[in-house]
Design a protein around this ligand. Structure first.
Ligand SMILES: [Zn+2]
Length: 134
């Protein structure tokens, strides 16, 4: 297996702290300063493969990371997200959440679309969502 998050030698230099199921690591290729990764200790590709306990632990550490970054670096905002699957930009098939501090002029783009490009929620999609979550 060629997974950088499972490579203990690689992670030794990057891990900042850890809990029972999760590690917090520096991103060696940060999108912005202090771009951190919150990584499941178990090698699974999707958030849906984590137990509730693993998932809770991961989010608790994400909250801790966000709090520490806020307190010490005072960014204007943060992006906190998973990429799930190659189409969504997942490059390492091992569950990890990104915490990316944001500031004016950091060069990153948002998902925000121009007003004219926005689409209303379609009625059949609304019904489909209600049905699958019922
Ligand atoms: Zn892995």
């Amino acid at each position: 297996m060629n997974c950088p998050f499972c490579d203990k030698e690689n992670m030794r230099e990057l891990v900042l702290f850890e809990s029972k199921f999760t590690v917090v690591a520096m991103n060696p290729f940060p999108a912005t300063k202090a771009h951190l990764l919150v990584v499941s200790k178990e090698h699974v590709g999707s958030i849906t493969e984590l137990s509730d306990e693993q998932c809770s632990d991961l989010f608790i550490l994400a909250k801790k990371v966000a709090s520490i970054i806020k307190e010490h670096l005072c960014p204007k905002g943060m992006n906190i997200f998973f990429n799930e699957g190659p189409i969504a930009g997942q490059t390492i098939e091992h569950v990890h959440l990104h915490v990316i501090p944001r500031n004016n002029g950091d060069g990153l783009k948002n998902f925000k679309r121009k007003a004219g490009e926005r689409q209303l929620l379609r009625e059949d999609d609304r019904e489909m969502l209600k049905r699958i979550f019922a």
